[in-house]
Design a protein around this ligand. Structure first.
Ligand code: SF4
Ligand code: SF4
Length: 110
């Protein structure tokens, strides 16, 4: 095969039939508003923690929907609530983060 000096990027396709979305379904029971997210990124744009830790509620929701582990992302959140104030869909993003943290704390105890 000819060497062009570069390779194709690995596919980022997610097969939703194969990933574990149980956490997303569980979170929807306590935070049903998450369904309304349109991934506009307003929450991430104003996030106090974003420049320091890469925190992004948009990414958290995106990853949740795709069954990706989001625990490492949550640690950067300062719970300031700015993301909640700007969400055009009225999602209480701060409360979502608290619910996710509660879930992970329960998992640790179990
Ligand atoms: S601001 Fe609201 S609608 Fe926009 S990405 Fe964040 S959570 Fe989703
Ligand atoms: S509550 Fe957390 S995610 Fe939302 S703006 Fe503040 S630091 Fe960022």
């Amino acid at each position: 095969m000819t060497d062009f000096g570069f390779t194709r990027a690995k596919s980022s396709t997610v097969n939703l039939d194969e990933v574990d979305t149980s956490l997303y379904r569980r979170i929807l029971q306590v935070e049903p508003d998450v369904r309304r997210c349109m991934e506009c990124g307003s929450c991430s744009a104003v996030c106090t923690a974003a420049p320091l830790s890469g925190m992004s509620v948009r990414k958290v929701i995106h990853a949740l929907e795709r069954g990706v582990d989001i625990a490492p992302m949550l640690s950067g959140c300062m719970l300031c609530g700015k993301c909640t104030m700007v969400c055009p869909r009225g999602i209480n993003t701060r409360h979502l983060i608290l619910s996710l943290e509660r879930y992970y704390k329960k998992e640790e105890k179990a």
